[in-house]
Design a protein around this ligand. Sequence first.
Ligand code: SF4
Length: 110
Amino acid sequence: MSRGPVVPATAVPIDKIRAGVHPLDGLGVEPARVLLAPEGTGTCGTCQLRARPHNPARRNHPKCSAGPRRVRTRRGHEEIWPRASLDASTNVRSWWPACSDYNPREDPTT
Ligand code: SF4
């Protein structure tokens, strides 16, 4: 089975899209393959998994919350969003084409 094209994680989003992978491909705290959904599926802007993480100490830019995991920490538990990191490369733009985990919001105007 093909795993899709090899595109550097540092490639700019538009280059990744042209290469057939999602801009989040290879990024985040647990880098993984992120494939595009079929053309016309939607955009990250209408996906309910695009969310702002709760972090009162920082500006909260939208990130991808797909595949969340709870991990034990010294202070209790923490939720990990594998495709998110603190740097701007994982800030999810509303115009990005949907990935294969796209989950449409019920009301795309919200
Ligand atoms: S379309 Fe994919 S990458 Fe974009 S927010 Fe939804 S799950 Fe995340």
